[in-house]
Design a protein around this ligand. Sequence first.
Ligand code: HSE
Length: 441
Amino acid sequence: MAGNLIVSKPLRIGVAGLGTVGGGVLRLLRENADVIARRAGRRVEVHAVSARDRNRKRPVPIDDLEWYDDPVAMAESADIDVVVELIGGSDGVAKALVEAALDRGIGVVTANKALIAIHGHALAERAEAHDAPLAFEAAVAGAIPIIKAMREGLSANRFSAVTAILNGTCNYILTQMRETGQSFASVLEEAQKLGYAEADPSFDVDGIDAAHKLAILASIAFGRVIDFPSVHIEGIRQVTAEDIVYAAELGYRIKLLAIARDGGEAGIEQRVHPCMVPADAPIAHVEGVFNAVVTETDGADRTMIEGRGAGEGPTASAVIADIVDIARGRFSPVFGVPCADLEPFRPARMQDHRGPYYMRCTVSDRPGVIADIAAVLSTYDISIESFLQRGRSNNDDAPVPVVIVTHETQEAAIVEAVRRIDALASVREATHLIRIETFAR
Ligand code: HSE
């Protein structure tokens, strides 16, 4: 075997983007060169790199590598067998680079979820047309090999649902809020200082990053053309420390979940939003920067994989696994079946979503207020499962919280009921509404 490795031609890699992940790929390829070569059946050699600033100090030396100012030119070089795209962004140079490499028929490995979520179908068609592998394990849930697990490992099954924590920044913030009682804003500020959150955190905290990843998983799970625009997206900015305390009292934890569920005739739900999950559900215990994906399928039943969703080593691990697959000539259709066999995506309407809800109303502490709220809920046929009111204000005018958990109801009904409740004279602030996600045993 060792002899074969020496005589086989090395696989020559061109890495575009030398940030945290790019540096991690170079470092891990170097540190684990022996095991990687054995698994790949040949040496994996970084031949060229491209990044914004040639003179920046790097943790791994790059002096002996070919340098390209233009990553597209690198992809067009005959000396490169596989392009690793770690630039990011759904358009611009990242897309041009991937297209150039696929057009040459060479392999592409990318960690770019936005690119795959938005242009994945067109890129998959391009990859098929040129018989080129397009691999993106690192785009979803970092180190967790979820693309491979769902596309190959669970290929015998029909999927009914995928429920996941796909954004480490949000999970870290929600965990810290629960553990310290601090507000969203102060935990975010701290996370930014520690480097756990970006200076512009909106892609993460507004749920967009998780939605990109969910759209990719949903396409693979249900064999549908990827449909990012139909994902219902809400982030975590509105989650308060108070809601987290009430969640705990009621036996729940608040998580930003990404959920894709086959609703049959109603279509496929794709939604990213804060959820209350039962505190004894395994996913409730996925804390800090960790990610997890739960799949529900007919044959395999429920599976859950947890791991680090970001960072140098975890993301490099996923990138290199894709490189090893390409070295071995292992590659599936991008979304599990050839593009022509993917069915159109039929999205479910969010207003048809059914489930229990948590409501926190802020009301004047006066007789009759609860009756008024209950009357509105009853008008919309919404039944109350539990009800909580703590403390009394010292003066009649100070607002008090009233927390209600409903039985299963329809999104359209609860949204309309809350609009009516918020219009009551005794309701002092906008009601907080959080969906509750139950997990069948
Ligand atoms: N920013 C992402 C997260 C990791 O916080 O999980 C990269 O997608």
